[in-house]
Design a binder for this molecule. Structure first.
Ligand code: GDD
Ligand code: MN
Length: 382
Protein backbone atom coordinates (compact mmCIF):
# COMPACT_ATOMS: atom_id res chain seq x y z
CA UNK A 1 0.00 0.00 0.00
CA UNK A 2 0.94 3.60 -0.54
CA UNK A 3 1.33 5.24 2.86
CA UNK A 4 1.97 8.81 3.91
CA UNK A 5 3.00 9.35 7.51
CA UNK A 6 2.09 12.92 8.45
CA UNK A 7 4.13 14.35 11.32
CA UNK A 8 3.46 17.83 12.71
CA UNK A 9 6.38 19.62 14.29
CA UNK A 10 6.85 22.65 16.40
CA UNK A 11 10.31 23.07 17.89
CA UNK A 12 11.24 19.41 17.67
CA UNK A 13 14.80 19.79 16.32
CA UNK A 14 16.35 17.20 18.60
CA UNK A 15 13.47 14.81 18.08
CA UNK A 16 13.22 14.89 14.27
CA UNK A 17 16.97 14.30 14.04
CA UNK A 18 16.48 11.07 16.00
CA UNK A 19 13.15 10.10 14.47
CA UNK A 20 13.98 10.15 10.75
CA UNK A 21 16.68 7.42 10.80
CA UNK A 22 14.55 5.19 13.04
CA UNK A 23 11.56 5.54 10.70
CA UNK A 24 13.67 4.85 7.62
CA UNK A 25 15.07 1.72 9.20
CA UNK A 26 11.58 0.56 10.00
CA UNK A 27 10.30 1.29 6.48
CA UNK A 28 13.22 -0.58 4.93
CA UNK A 29 12.08 -3.70 6.74
CA UNK A 30 8.61 -3.46 5.24
CA UNK A 31 9.28 -3.01 1.57
CA UNK A 32 5.86 -4.42 0.69
CA UNK A 33 4.57 -0.89 1.38
CA UNK A 34 5.61 2.48 -0.01
CA UNK A 35 6.25 4.96 2.77
CA UNK A 36 6.55 8.72 2.46
CA UNK A 37 6.94 11.03 5.44
CA UNK A 38 5.40 14.46 5.29
CA UNK A 39 6.45 16.84 8.04
CA UNK A 40 4.27 19.88 8.57
CA UNK A 41 6.21 22.47 10.50
CA UNK A 42 4.55 25.37 12.28
CA UNK A 43 7.44 27.74 11.59
CA UNK A 44 9.57 26.43 14.47
CA UNK A 45 11.99 28.88 15.96
CA UNK A 46 14.66 26.20 16.44
CA UNK A 47 16.43 24.19 13.75
CA UNK A 48 13.55 21.77 13.07
CA UNK A 49 12.91 22.84 9.48
CA UNK A 50 16.63 23.01 8.62
CA UNK A 51 17.04 19.43 9.78
CA UNK A 52 14.03 18.26 7.78
CA UNK A 53 15.20 20.17 4.69
CA UNK A 54 18.59 18.50 4.95
CA UNK A 55 16.86 15.11 5.21
CA UNK A 56 14.76 16.00 2.16
CA UNK A 57 17.91 16.19 0.04
CA UNK A 58 19.30 12.88 1.26
CA UNK A 59 16.11 10.85 1.71
CA UNK A 60 13.80 10.74 -1.32
CA UNK A 61 10.77 9.83 0.82
CA UNK A 62 11.02 12.76 3.25
CA UNK A 63 9.04 15.93 2.54
CA UNK A 64 8.48 19.20 4.35
CA UNK A 65 5.40 21.38 4.24
CA UNK A 66 6.37 24.64 5.85
CA UNK A 67 3.68 26.78 7.46
CA UNK A 68 4.17 30.54 7.53
CA UNK A 69 3.29 30.58 11.19
CA UNK A 70 2.17 28.19 13.92
CA UNK A 71 -1.51 27.61 13.30
CA UNK A 72 -2.43 24.87 15.74
CA UNK A 73 -2.26 21.09 15.48
CA UNK A 74 -5.61 20.59 13.73
CA UNK A 75 -5.04 23.19 11.11
CA UNK A 76 -1.49 21.89 10.46
CA UNK A 77 -2.91 18.39 9.93
CA UNK A 78 -5.69 19.58 7.63
CA UNK A 79 -3.20 21.46 5.45
CA UNK A 80 -0.93 18.42 5.38
CA UNK A 81 -3.79 16.03 4.58
CA UNK A 82 -4.89 18.10 1.60
CA UNK A 83 -1.34 18.38 0.36
CA UNK A 84 -0.67 14.66 0.83
CA UNK A 85 -3.89 13.60 -0.92
CA UNK A 86 -3.04 15.67 -3.93
CA UNK A 87 0.67 14.94 -4.12
CA UNK A 88 0.84 11.24 -3.25
CA UNK A 89 -2.65 9.80 -3.85
CA UNK A 90 -2.06 7.58 -0.80
CA UNK A 91 -4.10 4.57 0.30
CA UNK A 92 -3.43 5.31 3.95
CA UNK A 93 -2.71 8.44 5.97
CA UNK A 94 -0.95 8.02 9.30
CA UNK A 95 -0.98 10.69 12.01
CA UNK A 96 1.99 10.59 14.33
CA UNK A 97 3.84 12.84 16.81
CA UNK A 98 7.43 13.88 16.19
CA UNK A 99 8.65 13.46 19.75
CA UNK A 100 9.09 9.67 19.83
CA UNK A 101 6.25 9.25 22.30
CA UNK A 102 4.82 7.13 19.50
CA UNK A 103 6.97 4.10 18.80
CA UNK A 104 7.97 4.11 15.09
CA UNK A 105 7.65 0.33 15.12
CA UNK A 106 3.91 0.72 15.68
CA UNK A 107 3.34 2.44 12.31
CA UNK A 108 3.34 -0.93 10.54
CA UNK A 109 1.03 -2.45 13.16
CA UNK A 110 -1.53 0.26 12.43
CA UNK A 111 -1.12 0.01 8.66
CA UNK A 112 -1.51 -3.77 8.74
CA UNK A 113 -4.94 -3.41 10.29
CA UNK A 114 -5.98 -1.25 7.35
CA UNK A 115 -4.69 -3.94 5.06
CA UNK A 116 -6.78 -6.44 7.05
CA UNK A 117 -9.93 -4.48 6.30
CA UNK A 118 -10.27 -1.81 8.98
CA UNK A 119 -10.77 1.75 7.80
CA UNK A 120 -9.75 3.72 10.85
CA UNK A 121 -7.12 2.39 13.21
CA UNK A 122 -6.45 4.06 16.53
CA UNK A 123 -3.21 3.56 18.43
CA UNK A 124 -5.05 3.36 21.70
CA UNK A 125 -3.69 4.11 25.16
CA UNK A 126 -6.85 3.08 26.94
CA UNK A 127 -7.52 -0.36 25.60
CA UNK A 128 -6.11 -3.55 27.13
CA UNK A 129 -2.34 -3.52 26.65
CA UNK A 130 -2.12 0.22 26.03
CA UNK A 131 -0.86 2.78 28.52
CA UNK A 132 -0.01 6.37 29.35
CA UNK A 133 3.23 7.28 31.14
CA UNK A 134 3.05 6.26 34.79
CA UNK A 135 4.81 9.35 35.98
CA UNK A 136 2.59 11.80 34.16
CA UNK A 137 1.34 14.50 36.50
CA UNK A 138 -1.97 13.60 38.09
CA UNK A 139 -3.82 16.46 36.35
CA UNK A 140 -2.64 15.25 32.91
CA UNK A 141 -3.78 11.70 33.68
CA UNK A 142 -7.08 13.02 34.92
CA UNK A 143 -7.60 15.16 31.80
CA UNK A 144 -6.75 12.33 29.46
CA UNK A 145 -8.87 9.67 31.17
CA UNK A 146 -11.68 12.04 32.19
CA UNK A 147 -11.83 13.65 28.75
CA UNK A 148 -12.25 10.28 27.11
CA UNK A 149 -15.01 9.21 29.49
CA UNK A 150 -16.82 12.51 28.95
CA UNK A 151 -16.58 12.12 25.17
CA UNK A 152 -17.85 8.55 25.28
CA UNK A 153 -20.90 9.49 27.29
CA UNK A 154 -21.82 12.71 25.47
CA UNK A 155 -21.32 11.22 22.02
CA UNK A 156 -22.83 7.93 23.10
CA UNK A 157 -20.05 5.84 21.60
CA UNK A 158 -18.97 3.02 23.83
CA UNK A 159 -16.79 0.85 21.65
CA UNK A 160 -13.98 3.41 21.40
CA UNK A 161 -11.69 4.07 24.35
CA UNK A 162 -9.22 6.62 23.03
CA UNK A 163 -10.77 9.56 21.19
CA UNK A 164 -7.77 11.88 21.31
CA UNK A 165 -4.86 9.61 20.51
CA UNK A 166 -2.40 11.29 18.17
CA UNK A 167 -1.43 8.01 16.52
CA UNK A 168 -3.82 6.85 13.80
CA UNK A 169 -4.10 5.28 10.39
CA UNK A 170 -7.01 6.15 8.10
CA UNK A 171 -8.12 4.63 4.83
CA UNK A 172 -8.28 7.30 2.15
CA UNK A 173 -10.54 5.77 -0.48
CA UNK A 174 -14.16 6.11 0.53
CA UNK A 175 -13.31 7.74 3.83
CA UNK A 176 -10.78 10.59 4.12
CA UNK A 177 -11.49 11.54 0.52
CA UNK A 178 -15.20 11.83 1.37
CA UNK A 179 -14.65 14.30 4.19
CA UNK A 180 -14.81 18.02 3.57
CA UNK A 181 -11.63 18.85 5.43
CA UNK A 182 -12.46 22.55 5.53
CA UNK A 183 -15.46 21.80 7.73
CA UNK A 184 -13.58 19.89 10.43
CA UNK A 185 -14.17 21.60 13.76
CA UNK A 186 -11.23 23.11 15.66
CA UNK A 187 -7.80 24.14 14.50
CA UNK A 188 -6.33 22.74 17.70
CA UNK A 189 -5.89 19.31 19.26
CA UNK A 190 -9.66 18.75 19.33
CA UNK A 191 -9.83 18.31 15.54
CA UNK A 192 -9.17 14.63 16.30
CA UNK A 193 -12.55 14.17 17.92
CA UNK A 194 -14.44 15.65 14.99
CA UNK A 195 -12.41 13.74 12.42
CA UNK A 196 -13.08 10.51 14.28
CA UNK A 197 -16.78 11.27 14.40
CA UNK A 198 -16.88 12.03 10.68
CA UNK A 199 -15.13 8.74 9.90
CA UNK A 200 -17.67 6.95 12.04
CA UNK A 201 -20.54 8.59 10.19
CA UNK A 202 -19.09 7.39 6.93
CA UNK A 203 -19.41 3.88 8.32
CA UNK A 204 -15.68 3.32 8.79
CA UNK A 205 -14.71 0.06 10.43
CA UNK A 206 -12.80 1.01 13.56
CA UNK A 207 -10.00 -0.84 15.24
CA UNK A 208 -8.10 0.00 18.39
CA UNK A 209 -4.56 -1.26 18.58
CA UNK A 210 -2.98 -0.93 22.03
CA UNK A 211 0.05 1.35 22.20
CA UNK A 212 2.40 2.26 24.98
CA UNK A 213 2.47 6.05 24.93
CA UNK A 214 6.06 6.88 25.91
CA UNK A 215 7.44 9.78 27.82
CA UNK A 216 8.63 12.85 25.98
CA UNK A 217 12.30 13.06 26.89
CA UNK A 218 13.33 16.03 24.69
CA UNK A 219 11.63 19.35 24.09
CA UNK A 220 8.35 20.53 25.59
CA UNK A 221 4.74 19.52 25.15
CA UNK A 222 2.72 21.96 23.06
CA UNK A 223 -0.51 20.96 24.68
CA UNK A 224 -2.11 24.27 25.66
CA UNK A 225 -4.48 25.01 28.49
CA UNK A 226 -7.23 26.04 26.09
CA UNK A 227 -7.15 22.56 24.51
CA UNK A 228 -9.37 21.33 27.30
CA UNK A 229 -11.99 23.97 26.75
CA UNK A 230 -11.69 23.57 23.00
CA UNK A 231 -12.24 19.80 23.23
CA UNK A 232 -15.24 20.34 25.46
CA UNK A 233 -16.67 22.76 22.91
CA UNK A 234 -16.08 20.36 20.01
CA UNK A 235 -17.77 17.45 21.81
CA UNK A 236 -20.80 19.58 22.63
CA UNK A 237 -20.96 21.03 19.11
CA UNK A 238 -20.97 17.54 17.61
CA UNK A 239 -23.73 16.53 20.03
CA UNK A 240 -25.77 19.54 18.99
CA UNK A 241 -25.19 18.91 15.28
CA UNK A 242 -26.31 15.33 15.75
CA UNK A 243 -29.39 16.11 17.81
CA UNK A 244 -30.44 18.55 15.16
CA UNK A 245 -30.22 16.03 12.38
CA UNK A 246 -31.85 13.39 14.55
CA UNK A 247 -34.74 15.77 15.12
CA UNK A 248 -34.99 16.42 11.40
CA UNK A 249 -34.90 12.67 10.82
CA UNK A 250 -37.87 12.23 13.15
CA UNK A 251 -39.80 15.09 11.54
CA UNK A 252 -39.23 13.60 8.08
CA UNK A 253 -40.34 10.19 9.29
CA UNK A 254 -43.52 11.50 10.82
CA UNK A 255 -44.31 13.69 7.82
CA UNK A 256 -43.90 10.65 5.59
CA UNK A 257 -46.17 8.63 7.84
CA UNK A 258 -48.75 11.40 7.96
CA UNK A 259 -48.82 11.81 4.16
CA UNK A 260 -49.04 8.03 3.78
CA UNK A 261 -51.84 7.55 6.35
CA UNK A 262 -53.89 10.58 5.23
CA UNK A 263 -53.63 9.71 1.54
CA UNK A 264 -54.48 6.10 2.33
CA UNK A 265 -57.69 7.03 4.10
CA UNK A 266 -58.79 9.63 1.60
CA UNK A 267 -58.08 7.49 -1.44
CA UNK A 268 -59.63 4.33 0.00
CA UNK A 269 -62.94 6.18 0.30
CA UNK A 270 -62.60 7.83 -3.08
CA UNK A 271 -61.43 4.70 -4.87
CA UNK A 272 -63.37 2.32 -2.61
CA UNK A 273 -60.39 0.00 -2.75
CA UNK A 274 -57.85 -0.31 0.08
CA UNK A 275 -55.30 -2.24 -1.97
CA UNK A 276 -54.87 0.43 -4.63
CA UNK A 277 -55.03 3.11 -1.95
CA UNK A 278 -52.14 1.48 -0.05
CA UNK A 279 -49.93 1.36 -3.15
CA UNK A 280 -50.76 4.94 -4.04
CA UNK A 281 -50.23 6.38 -0.55
CA UNK A 282 -47.06 4.33 0.04
CA UNK A 283 -45.53 5.64 -3.16
CA UNK A 284 -46.41 9.20 -2.22
CA UNK A 285 -44.87 8.63 1.23
CA UNK A 286 -41.60 7.42 -0.30
CA UNK A 287 -41.53 10.43 -2.60
CA UNK A 288 -42.16 12.82 0.29
CA UNK A 289 -39.38 11.47 2.48
CA UNK A 290 -36.92 11.38 -0.39
CA UNK A 291 -37.54 15.01 -1.25
CA UNK A 292 -37.48 16.15 2.38
CA UNK A 293 -34.29 14.22 3.09
CA UNK A 294 -32.52 15.48 0.04
CA UNK A 295 -33.49 19.13 0.34
CA UNK A 296 -33.70 19.54 4.07
CA UNK A 297 -32.35 17.00 6.54
CA UNK A 298 -29.34 15.91 4.54
CA UNK A 299 -28.94 19.14 2.71
CA UNK A 300 -25.19 19.05 3.27
CA UNK A 301 -25.05 15.70 1.50
CA UNK A 302 -27.49 16.76 -1.17
CA UNK A 303 -27.31 14.70 -4.30
CA UNK A 304 -26.62 16.84 -7.34
CA UNK A 305 -27.06 16.13 -11.03
CA UNK A 306 -30.08 14.62 -12.69
CA UNK A 307 -28.71 11.17 -13.44
CA UNK A 308 -27.19 10.75 -9.94
CA UNK A 309 -30.44 11.91 -8.39
CA UNK A 310 -32.35 9.47 -10.54
CA UNK A 311 -30.14 6.48 -9.69
CA UNK A 312 -30.21 7.17 -5.99
CA UNK A 313 -33.94 7.72 -6.12
CA UNK A 314 -34.46 4.42 -7.90
CA UNK A 315 -32.39 2.61 -5.25
CA UNK A 316 -34.27 4.35 -2.49
CA UNK A 317 -37.57 3.66 -4.17
CA UNK A 318 -36.98 -0.03 -4.81
CA UNK A 319 -35.82 -0.80 -1.26
CA UNK A 320 -38.65 1.20 0.26
CA UNK A 321 -41.21 -0.32 -2.04
CA UNK A 322 -40.72 -3.81 -0.64
CA UNK A 323 -42.39 -3.12 2.74
CA UNK A 324 -45.10 -1.18 0.91
CA UNK A 325 -45.80 -4.23 -1.26
CA UNK A 326 -45.87 -6.48 1.79
CA UNK A 327 -48.21 -4.09 3.54
CA UNK A 328 -50.49 -3.88 0.53
CA UNK A 329 -50.64 -7.66 0.36
CA UNK A 330 -51.52 -7.77 4.07
CA UNK A 331 -54.24 -5.13 3.63
CA UNK A 332 -55.73 -6.85 0.62
CA UNK A 333 -55.77 -10.17 2.48
CA UNK A 334 -57.32 -8.58 5.61
CA UNK A 335 -60.06 -6.68 3.76
CA UNK A 336 -60.83 -9.74 1.66
CA UNK A 337 -61.20 -11.90 4.77
CA UNK A 338 -62.77 -9.40 7.16
CA UNK A 339 -64.29 -6.68 5.01
CA UNK A 340 -63.02 -3.34 3.74
CA UNK A 341 -63.88 -1.21 6.75
CA UNK A 342 -62.00 1.73 8.24
CA UNK A 343 -60.91 -0.28 11.29
CA UNK A 344 -59.75 -3.39 9.39
CA UNK A 345 -57.87 -1.55 6.66
CA UNK A 346 -56.20 0.83 9.11
CA UNK A 347 -55.24 -1.96 11.50
CA UNK A 348 -53.55 -3.81 8.62
CA UNK A 349 -52.03 -0.52 7.47
CA UNK A 350 -50.39 0.05 10.87
CA UNK A 351 -49.13 -3.52 11.21
CA UNK A 352 -47.56 -2.94 7.79
CA UNK A 353 -45.98 0.31 9.03
CA UNK A 354 -44.35 -1.50 11.94
CA UNK A 355 -42.97 -4.10 9.55
CA UNK A 356 -41.71 -1.29 7.28
CA UNK A 357 -39.98 0.38 10.20
CA UNK A 358 -38.10 -2.78 11.16
CA UNK A 359 -37.31 -3.48 7.52
CA UNK A 360 -35.98 -0.03 6.73
CA UNK A 361 -34.01 0.19 9.93
CA UNK A 362 -32.34 -3.15 9.24
CA UNK A 363 -31.60 -2.48 5.59
CA UNK A 364 -30.32 1.05 6.03
CA UNK A 365 -28.42 0.77 9.27
CA UNK A 366 -27.13 -2.77 9.18
CA UNK A 367 -26.56 -3.34 5.51
CA UNK A 368 -26.31 -0.15 3.51
CA UNK A 369 -24.92 2.15 6.19
CA UNK A 370 -23.13 -0.02 8.70
CA UNK A 371 -22.70 2.75 11.26
CA UNK A 372 -26.44 2.91 11.78
CA UNK A 373 -26.36 6.65 12.12
CA UNK A 374 -29.64 8.49 11.84
CA UNK A 375 -28.01 11.06 9.59
CA UNK A 376 -27.82 8.58 6.78
CA UNK A 377 -30.10 9.80 4.07
CA UNK A 378 -32.07 6.65 3.72
CA UNK A 379 -32.70 5.95 7.41
CA UNK A 380 -36.04 7.48 6.83
CA UNK A 381 -39.39 6.22 5.98
CA UNK A 382 -41.62 4.85 8.67
N1 GDD B 1 2.83 22.18 12.92
C1 GDD B 1 2.43 22.16 14.20
N2 GDD B 1 1.67 23.19 14.66
N3 GDD B 1 2.78 21.12 14.99
C2 GDD B 1 2.37 21.13 16.28
C3 GDD B 1 1.58 22.15 16.82
C4 GDD B 1 1.23 23.25 15.94
O1 GDD B 1 0.54 24.19 16.32
N4 GDD B 1 1.30 21.85 18.11
C5 GDD B 1 1.91 20.67 18.36
N5 GDD B 1 2.56 20.23 17.27
C6 GDD B 1 3.31 18.97 17.12
C7 GDD B 1 4.38 18.69 18.14
O2 GDD B 1 5.62 19.20 17.74
C8 GDD B 1 4.37 17.18 18.22
O3 GDD B 1 5.15 16.58 17.23
C9 GDD B 1 2.93 16.81 17.99
O4 GDD B 1 2.35 17.93 17.33
C10 GDD B 1 2.17 16.54 19.29
O5 GDD B 1 2.36 17.60 20.20
P1 GDD B 1 2.82 17.36 21.70
O6 GDD B 1 3.12 18.67 22.30
O7 GDD B 1 3.90 16.34 21.76
O8 GDD B 1 1.48 16.80 22.30
P2 GDD B 1 1.31 15.89 23.59
O9 GDD B 1 2.29 14.78 23.61
O10 GDD B 1 1.27 16.77 24.77
O11 GDD B 1 -0.15 15.33 23.32
C11 GDD B 1 -0.36 14.02 22.87
O12 GDD B 1 -1.56 13.56 23.43
C12 GDD B 1 -2.73 14.20 22.96
C13 GDD B 1 -3.94 13.64 23.65
O13 GDD B 1 -3.75 13.41 24.98
C14 GDD B 1 -0.40 13.97 21.34
O14 GDD B 1 -0.33 12.62 20.93
C15 GDD B 1 -1.63 14.58 20.78
O15 GDD B 1 -1.68 14.34 19.36
C16 GDD B 1 -2.85 14.01 21.47
O16 GDD B 1 -4.02 14.62 20.99
MN1 MN C 1 4.08 14.57 22.70
Amino acid sequence: MNIVVVIPTYNEAENVARLIPVLEEEFAQHSNHTFNVLFVDGNSSDKTSEIIKAAETTNPNVFLLQEEKKSGLGSAYIKAFKYALQKFQPDVLVEMDADLQHDPKDVVRLVNEIENGSDYVIGSRFTKGGSIPQNWALYRKFLSVGGNIFTRVVLNIYNIHDFTSGFKASRVKGFVDQINLDQVLSGGFAYKIDLLFRMRKLGAKFKEVPIVFGLRDRGDSKMEKNNVLDSLKVVLLIRFRESQSFLKFLVVGFTGLFVDAATFNISRTVLANSTTASMFSGTLGILTTFILNNYWSFNHKKIHGFSKKLTSFIKYFVTSLIPILVRTKLISWAVFKLGDTFIISNAAFFIGIVFGLVWNYTIYSKIIWRSGSPQNPAAKKL
